[in-house]
Write a protein that binds this ligand. Sequence first.
Ligand SMILES: Cc1ncc(COP(=O)(O)O)c(C=O)c1O
Length: 372
Amino acid sequence: MAILDIDLDVLRQRTSMKWTRFGPDVLPLWVAEMDVLPSPGVTRAMQHVLEIGDLGYPGYESLPRAFASFAADTWGLTLEAAKLMPCADVVSGMAVLVDAFTPAGAGIVINTPIYPPFRVSGAVGERHLVEAVLTPEGRLDLDALEAAFARDDVAGYLLCNPHNPHGTVHTPEELESVARLAHRHDVVVISDEIHGALVAPEATFTSYLSVPGSENGFVVTSASKAFNLAALKAGLLIAGSERVAALWKLPYEVRAGSSHLGLLLQAAGLDNDRDWLAQLNREIAANKVLLASLLPGVGLTYTPSQGTYLAWVDASPLGLEHPATTLRSRGRVAFNPGTDYAGDAGQWVRINLATSPTIICEAVARIGAVRR
Ligand SMILES: Cc1ncc(COP(=O)(O)O)c(C=O)c1O
């Protein structure tokens, strides 16, 4: 049975952000929640928690242990236990690291278009952003990065690996170049790898911390995206080998922000549901092919990306002044507006493909209805 095949009637009963932000007749393909039921190991772990009343304060070791084992088996990445520290979630974890490891007033480099909290939230606190725009293909522009790193004010870089919204999976060569440039210009790299386990079957994800020269960088990650567990707060800070001592000087509250259930259930998924995850990645890849085949029918194009379950689509052929807004108001289909990702991306929309093929077909039909 397909994982991405939940009835709309069931989905409409959900009370999460995706299903309640807009009216009941709007088809929501926006915020990065998946239309899946919990994976089998996660379900079993949840049932066991309830059977034995395991609802106390966090036992912190479950997720670090499970993640290190997953990273070793899946990516050949060795992570000693001391490198991993739980945190509340990825966005607040990035903010903690920026705050601890870059001076107030510093410039923080980001690659636009990018997931909105990199640009607008507290992630960079009292710092200012320096944009190194991606190439038109959605890849890192190493010349732009070098120019940004060379600025006197720049002290940090928030890398998104794989990149949201494009779904670009950065190559080992690109990441090595990042490490070299960061070292040359004394920039701390903080790599958000929350989508790392969500890559196409033929693609290989490379963690920033696996490339030479990354020893003074950090990863922030979580299994909440792969197993759709955003409701249960938990994430991980992972220190490069030169940062381990500094990691453990962070306040205890950083760890205490994670929830016992979040840590436990993410660990259950990573330990028990790797086949489920592989099937999910196959279904996401198929949904990308489906979208690429359907969009030309409404005048749009899309090339499947290797990472994430998100599609970044140029809606300018529709000839709408504000595509995302108009598609929602007239077409009753919700995508994320491009302006959330870059100031000049108003003609783009981000489409969440972690849903059933039926819903994707209906969403594209709704685009077509607006176009006519
Ligand atoms: C790149 C990226 N980072 C972070 C997050 C959010 O993570 P968290 O809920 O752990 O803060 C998302 C959610 O979509 C994301 O796409």
